[in-house]
Design a protein around this ligand. Structure first.
Ligand code: IMO
Ligand code: MG
Length: 428
């Protein structure tokens, strides 16, 4: 069997939680392959909602196996809190969540280092969620990280204290005043809690499962936050693109099947960095309020703007997206005009200030980019109860068909509301 992949194609927050929860009906195995507690995947059922940070969004489906892969960085404290919150909903995560031994751990001092690094950057800060993601991946590639499998070793505490010492030296160097002992007890307790779970050789486990079951890989963040292809340095520290599935789970490229790319009907970004179609005006504020664009992890207001086709084309190219899913189409209801960026006018400092029209993403994060827009007529009809593509307002159908033509990939699902059931499956 193949492993199908769900990816965010923008700057995160595309609605991956809701879509994975929906698709999980058809997949007995769901895996996270990168990222950590920086993710916030929201799922709404009726009046209830739940935000997952670390646990795959298949956890709400009975009998689904949820694997946290080796490419993830796991904070045991966040993990434990999430499991306890699930328990209140009657879900016993120890029964359907398994963790790869090779998953790296986030220490309390990784979080402190994240804050110290951001403080040192001042105005140039990334806008990190401060979950310790960057420092944990730094230790992973620096070959001194601690992994979930190490918790089972006798000298685990020694390894922890050795790494903590290294972090203390770094914090001192950064002149960051903090108490490195706070949260230590809670963290060690949470590490012990992890032993309640099946800690597995994720790559063997998954390849064995793949022989007889369909598997879904759930991406966190978005392609434009990828460590290699995002707007560096304003990115996260992992591979958020399709290639990350292979290294983050231990599966071969030939095992990849469908690649679902999720995008919002407009754009948002939280944190610093380039955002060509950003709206710093009343329209942007209206999008923010109507779309409830406030971070699910940090509560920060998200930056908002029109849909950016060059960015989407880029993400589709890098990951070989085979089908598209558009979310939050309902939020655009009531706008008189809707715009879509089709190309940019770029003033590229790295090319001696050469001004050019392009539909490619410029290398530098500090060149001036002015989007060229195509304008669409809006609609007023409430679409949240529509379940059939034909019944959508003509203006929205025109908008969708234009995007699909430009991207040359079919849009198979359209989300028209927050609720689990507010979905249109487009028949080809
Ligand atoms: P989901 O999975 C949106 C952003 C942060 C910051 C940058 C680096 O919910 O889509 P980090 O904490 O990784 O050091 O932050 O990446 N960011 C996200 N933005 N959604 C996310 O996850 C994000 N995870 C990280 O705001 O700009
Ligand atoms: Mg988020």
């Amino acid at each position: 069997m193949k492993i199908d992949v769900v990816l965010g194609l923008q700057w995160g927050d595309e609605g991956k939680g809701k879509i994975v929860d929906l698709l999980a009906k058809k997949y007995p195995v769901v895996c996270r392959f990168q990222g950590g507690g920086n993710a916030g995947h929201s799922i709404h059922f009726g009046k209830q909602s739940f935000v997952l940070h670390l646990i795959p969004s298949g956890v709400f489906r009975k009998n689904t196996i949820n694997l946290i892969g080796n490419g993830v960085v796991l904070d045991p404290v966040i993990f434990k809190k999430e499991c306890e919150a699930l328990k209140k909903l009657g879900i016993d995560a120890t029964q359907n969540v398994i963790i790869s031994k090779k998953t790296h751990l986030i220490l309390p001092t990784h979080r402190l280092l994240d804050a110290a690094n951001e403080a040192a950057k001042g105005k140039e800060k990334i806008g990190s969620t401060l979950n310790g993601i960057g420092p944990a991946y730094t230790d992973k590639t620096g070959r001194c990280g601690i992994r979930v499998g190490d918790i089972l070793e006798r000298d685990f505490k020694k390894r922890y204290y050795t790494l903590k010492l290294k972090h203390e030296a770094l914090l001192k160097q950064l002149d960051y005043k903090c108490d490195t002992n706070t949260n230590e007890k809670e963290w060690l307790n949470a590490c012990a809690y992890l032993k309640k779970f099946r800690i597995v050789d994720g790559e063997y486990e998954l390849n064995a499962l793949l022989k007889r079951r369909r598997v879904l890989a759930e991406g966190a963040q978005g392609s434009m936050l990828d460590i290699d292809f995002g707007s560096y340095p304003f990115v996260t520290s992992s591979s958020t693109v399709c290639a990350g599935v292979c290294t983050g789970l231990g599966v071969a490229p030939s095992a990849i099947g469908k690649v679902y790319g999720i995008f919002k009907a407009y754009c948002t970004r939280v944190g610093s960095g380039p955002f060509p179609t950003e709206l710093n005006d009343a329209t942007g504020e209206h999008l923010r309020q109507k779309g409830n664009e406030f971070g699910a992890t940090t509560g920060r207001p998200r930056r908002t703007g029109w849909l950016d086709l060059p960015a989407l084309k880029y993400a589709i190219m890098i990951s070989g997206v085979t089908e598209l899913i558009m979310t939050k189409a309902d939020i655009l209801t009531g706008f008189k005009k809707i715009k879509v960026a089709t190309a940019y006018i770029v003033d590229d400092k790295t090319e001696g200030g050469k001004i050019k029209e392009t539909d490619q993403i410029p290398f530098s994060s500090d060149c001036t980019v002015k989007p060229l827009y195509k304008e669409f007529k809006g609609w007023d009809q409430n679409i949240s109860k529509v379940r059939n593509f034909k019944e959508l307002p003509q203006e929205l159908k025109d908008y969708i068909k234009f995007i699909e033509r430009e991207l040359s990939v079919p849009i198979k699902i359209i989300s028209v509301g927050a609720d689990r059931n507010a979905i249109i499956e487009v028949k080809s």
